[in-house]
Design a protein around this ligand. Structure first.
Ligand SMILES: *[C@@H]1O[C@H](CO)[C@@H](O)[C@H](O)[C@H]1NC(C)=O
Ligand SMILES: *[C@@H]1O[C@H](CO)[C@@H](O)[C@H](O)[C@H]1NC(C)=O
Ligand SMILES: *[C@@H]1O[C@H](CO)[C@@H](O)[C@H](O)[C@H]1NC(C)=O
Ligand SMILES: *[C@@H]1O[C@H](CO)[C@@H](O)[C@H](O)[C@H]1NC(C)=O
Ligand SMILES: *[C@@H]1O[C@H](CO)[C@@H](O)[C@H](O)[C@H]1NC(C)=O
Ligand SMILES: *[C@@H]1O[C@H](CO)[C@@H](O)[C@H](O)[C@H]1NC(C)=O
Ligand SMILES: *[C@@H]1O[C@H](CO)[C@@H](O)[C@H](O)[C@H]1NC(C)=O
Ligand SMILES: *[C@@H]1O[C@H](CO)[C@@H](O)[C@H](O)[C@H]1NC(C)=O
Length: 515
């Protein structure tokens, strides 16, 4: 079904956790005692102890006369190894991901990574989840209908792909302009940075921001650090977006796929090192280069002859998307490689239905926050497809096989009707009160270590380390070495030696296949 393609595309484009339905409003801060913490109206999947509260903040920081407010919904997982040394705030990326459920669901892992001496705090960023969700559709049915009418395909899916994507993006831009006039300019990253500082003020600790931002969350961290350098405590920016690019490209970091081809090569090599019961593609060819060619031929073949499995269509877009998702989240690589193997060898694909269904159900797209936030941040616009072609060509030069994943974002942002009321216009040559710590995975297909290196060169005294592993951000692969760096930094402010490389303890094609 076309809708499923749309969903696969969404997984590939966005980052980390899945979205969750919206409901409920927590007890309001009464303005005198900071956030009033109470029970949450949902359970964390991990049974972590959590508390919820809320905090009204200005809707429009750029207009001191406006008294309109927005109520941020905030969650806290209290330190498990108390007494608390203070709070660490989190952003889980997207942009467009709500944070409340993401924090609740990852708290046990985050406590293990930080040592558990801090309270972990997150709020749904404006434009997401429970803090003014941003949607250009009235309801899920309308969204589904649009997905059927305008199926999202990667630019390279056919020689008319880019033109159709442009036309569909015009329709969405017009629809968003009409439906979200009242909030379209208020959800940009600078305002979220100000919200972060409001939460810091309200927590009433030492007045400094401690923060861990994943993926797009790293960009938020760069912006808050550049806007409030004297108020920075300890910041880990993990899976780094190049802020120099982000504002000046069409809603993306044009260098963000610099590691994806290396990641694909390295992942195929890992596969060839094991037996075919661990990686289904292991015995297809004898070198990674041959295997890469075989898979590339398969994608070309499926481009012209899509394969039907039950009511799914496996085509160019879905094959590129699942390969990319396997690189972002290596725990599903064995399953994805089995799919590719079974298609390649013409096996009965009925067994894939549960996997495809699960994959589609995994991503309940509940909003347009990704575009609403990124595109209103971004400066350039174009009224023609020709105007974005040089950025697309540049991207294709960085990743001929996977760059199609980003074309829809570029084409959408080029036509976006809103500009954020406040956009960060400076560079990132900034000295922060305390040094920032950056980290990039060697084979992160969405945020390459190159961008971490680039930003480290801008923020004075900042340091980066590299996690030598697969997947998107340090959450994708366990590394005792990285965990020690994280704990030393948050607990004692200790920085690793520059050029530290951490190995991971991950076997991406393990002996016992993961469930
Ligand atoms: C605000 O809430 C706190 C905690 O619930 C309570 O102790 C305090 O009396 C309240 N203040 C006002 C002005 O309602
Ligand atoms: C959470 O608690 C429920 C009920 O006690 C239990 O069934 C479930 O296995 C727990 N989940 C985790 C991840 O510990
Ligand atoms: C907000 O401002 C408007 C216009 O100045 C005013 O009419 C309204 O009473 C104000 N509301 C509050 C809650 O102060
Ligand atoms: C956290 O560490 C504890 C103790 O080593 C372990 O039992 C638990 O499985 C870990 N949880 C996660 C999510 O890493
Ligand atoms: C969804 O929105 C459309 C357009 O506003 C409306 O006609 C329809 O009744 C709504 N459907 C549901 C299930 O609310
Ligand atoms: C994808 O499309 C771009 C832009 O039209 C083109 O330059 C590139 O060669 C295409 N790549 C593939 C693998 O088809
Ligand atoms: C790699 O495997 C494919 C699929 O079996 C086969 O068609 C191709 O000839 C192989 N390549 C080499 C160089 O052996
Ligand atoms: C960092 O990225 C910017 C924007 O792409 C580029 O102009 C600059 O040369 C890069 N600097 C370093 C040190 O890599």
């Amino acid at each position: 079904m076309f809708a499923h393609h749309h969903l696969l595309l969404a997984t590939a484009a966005a980052t980390l956790a899945a979205a969750t339905p919206l409901k409920g409003i927590y007890p309001q801060d009464n303005g005198t005692t900071g956030i009033t913490w109470g029970p949450c109206d949902f359970e964390s999947k991990t049974n972590a102890t959590i508390q919820c509260g809320s905090l009204p903040v200005p809707l429009d920081y750029s207009n001191p006369k406006s008294n309109r407010t927005l109520t941020l919904q905030v969650v806290k997982a209290p330190a498990v190894n108390g007494p608390s040394k203070g709070s660490i705030l989190f952003n889980f990326g997207g942009p467009g991901y709500q944070a409340i459920n993401s924090l609740a669901d990852t708290a046990p892992l985050l406590f293990n990574m930080t040592g558990g001496h801090h309270d972990l705090v997150a709020f749904d960023p404006r434009g997401t989840g429970r803090s003014i969700p941003y949607s250009c559709y009235d309801n899920a049915t309308e969204r589904e209908l649009a997905a059927l009418k305008y199926p999202g395909k990667f630019g390279n899916s056919s020689d008319v792909g880019l033109g159709e994507t442009w036309a569909y993006a015009t329709i969405l831009a017009n629809r968003c302009e009409e439906k979200t006039k009242d909030i379209g300019s208020f959800i940009g990253t600078s305002f979220v940075a100000r919200d972060l500082m409001q939460v810091v003020d309200t927590l009433g600790e030492d007045g400094l921001l401690n923060f861990w931002g994943f993926s797009y969350g790293s960009l938020l961290g760069e912006v808050v650090a550049a806007m409030f350098p004297d108020r920075m405590g300890r910041l880990i920016l993990d899976g780094v977006v190049n802020g120099n690019n982000y504002y000046h490209n069409f809603g993306i970091d044009k260098d963000q796929l610099l590691a994806v081809e290396d990641a694909w090569d390295a992942m195929l090599e890992e596969c060839l090192k094991v037996s075919s019961d661990r990686c289904a593609l292991a015995e297809v060819n004898s070198t990674a280069a041959e295997l890469k060619q075989t898979l590339s031929n398969l994608v070309q073949q499926v481009k012209y002859a899509p394969i039907v499995v039950d009511d799914f269509v496996l085509d160019y877009t879905s094959l590129v998307a699942i390969s990319y998702v396997a690189m972002k989240n290596p725990s599903i690589a064995p399953a994805v490689f089995k799919v590719l193997h079974d298609i390649l060898t013409g096996q009965d694909l009925a067994s894939l239905v549960p996997l495809l269904t699960a994959q589609a159900a995994n991503i309940a797209v509940d909003g347009d926050g990704l575009y609403g936030i990124k595109c209103s941040d971004s400066f350039p616009r174009s009224s023609t497809l020709a105007g974005v072609m040089s950025e697309i060509e540049y991207g294709v030069s960085t990743s001929p096989n996977f760059w199609g994943i980003l074309t829809t974002q570029v084409i959408q942002c080029a036509q976006w009707p809103f500009e954020a009321k406040e956009r960060y216009t400076g560079d990132f040559k900034v000295k922060t009160k305390n040094p920032i710590l950056f980290v990039g995975n060697s084979y992160d297909p969405a945020t390459p270590p190159h961008s971490a290196r680039n930003m480290t060169a801008f923020f004075e005294d900042s340091v980066m380390w590299e996690q030598h592993g697969f997947g998107h951000t340090t959450l994708a692969g366990r590394s005792e070495c990285s965990w020690k760096i994280i704990q030393d930094y948050f607990n004692d402010g200790k920085l690793p030696d520059p050029n530290t490389v951490c190995e991971t303890e991950v076997d991406i094609f393990p002996e016992t296949p993961r469930a």
